[in-house]
Design a binder for this molecule. Structure first.
Ligand code: ZN
Length: 414
């Protein structure tokens, strides 16, 4: 791996396949911005890359991860269930320091960049135990990685809002101290009524601070908050500025009720994020047959809902593994969501790029002229091959400059 210098140059990528064009195209970037996309481009660049007929995509976007909890499993026991993971993490939080959180999160961001992820939305616990410690650590990283990676921080009330004294006020304090948007977890409350009050309070704070909202919703099969949350999104006109994560219970509803909910999500215009790797291992408390821990991905996509997928957790009590390789996560989603056809595989790549960028509300994202030249040159010629081989990008380009050149490629001829 080589990390390039910071000079923006006129860049031309030749013989690229994209998700948008038939055949191969050349892509030019000037001063950090895509300046042209066409076949057999005559202009030359100061820096040229031959993609060799491989896929070229806008850089990956990670829409849902908990960086404050990353690598906790290095120093604590594994959990056997979602409830146990929540207990273990709650205990661990009393030992968090700002330095410790920043160091663990930074390991994630370094890995993200090497894998071509240049925008990350992280949920960060805001509660009476950690206060604003983890948020401040993320603010430091946001400044440190400015220009390399966009870090969005969600103020996340993991321990509840209603049942925790002063939790709402602490969330407001987080918004005044650098959090970008408001999160939620209504099932953290003791009753369904309190869960609804939790959603209301999250909306109230988002509205007061004019931010987007991103709520963990129905992480477990028996919970039922999606209807209430989606109706709030519709009533308040949040549209694409609202995201619902998980929606695992939706997979368990009967088809008629599920179809009504999918229709509501579509009408609301909101985003959905599913988290296959973490939830496949910890999201189901079913007796056999075990659920897959993911929502009705195909139905949601089919209805026109913007669906993306995230990592959620990295080597902590919720997820024993976890890494910043979107192609690996997409490969797992393809299996779990039975996304088998060539068209589905294109969709999976769109979910990790365009759909995720829409969740984060990124401006100037994509490969069209005028977009920021944040580009991954992959080492596979098609969506199917990129997911099958799960190679890391050969080149990661940020604002028109080569940030990373990965020299090792694998599985090329198999
Ligand atoms: Zn989460």
């Amino acid at each position: 791996m080589v990390v390039g210098d910071a000079t923006a140059v006129k860049l031309v990528i030749r013989h690229a396949r994209t998700l948008e064009h038939e055949g191969q195209v050349d892509i030019a970037a000037d001063d950090g911005i895509v300046s042209g996309v066409k076949a057999d481009m005559s202009e030359t660049g100061e820096y040229e890359i031959d993609a060799g007929g491989n896929l070229v995509l806008p850089t990956f976007v990670e829409p849902h991860v908990h960086l404050d909890k990353a690598f906790l499993a290095e120093s604590m026991p594994e959990a056997g269930s979602m409830a146990e993971a929540r207990r273990l993490v709650k205990d661990a939080k009393s030992n968090f320091t700002g330095e410790d959180v920043a160091a663990r999160a930074q390991r994630c961001l370094e890995s993200a960049l090497l894998n071509g992820v240049t925008a990350v939305r992280t949920h960060v616990d805001i509660d009476g135990v950690t206060g604003l410690k983890s948020l401040r650590a993320m603010s430091g990283l946001k400044a440190k990685y400015k220009g390399l990676l966009e870090l969005q921080v969600v103020a996340f009330p993991q321990e509840g809002i209603v049942k925790e004294n002063g939790a709402g006020e602490l969330l407001e304090k987080a918004m005044e101290n650098g959090a970008d948007l408001v999160g939620g977890l209504p099932e953290a409350e003791l009753t369904e009524e309190d869960g609804r009050a939790h959603v209301d309070r999250a909306f109230e704070i988002a509205s007061k601070y004019h931010t987007d909202i991103d709520v963990h919703c129905d992480v477990q099969p028996h919970t039922k908050f999606v209807e209430y949350y989606a109706s709030g999104v519709i009533r308040r006109g949040y549209g694409r500025r609202a995201t619902a994560d998980h929606l695992i219970a939706l997979a368990y509803y009967d088809d008629d009720h599920a179809s009504k909910i999918v229709g509501m999500l579509r009408s609301a215009g909101m985003n959905v994020v599913t988290n296959p790797c973490t939830m496949m291992v910890s999201g189901s408390s079913d007796r056999p047959p075990k659920g897959r821990g993911i929502t009705r991905v195909k139905e949601l996509l089919g209805a026109g809902v913007n669906v993306s997928f995230g990592l959620d957790n990295v080597m902590d009590p919720y997820n024993p593994f976890g890494d910043f390789e979107p192609l690996r996560n997409g490969w797992l989603l393809s299996y779990g969501g039975q996304l088998n056809r060539a068209e589905d595989q294109r969709t999976v790549l769109r979910m990790a790029t365009y759909n995720a960028a829409r969740v984060l509300g990124l401006d100037g994202y994509g490969l069209a002229p005028g977009c920021r030249a944040d580009i991954n040159v992959l080492d596979a010629p098609s969506p199917r091959e990129s997911l099958r081989r799960r190679t890391i990008p050969r080149y990661v380009i940020k604002a028109g400059r080569v940030l990373v050149e990965n020299s090792v490629t694998v599985k090329k001829n198999f």
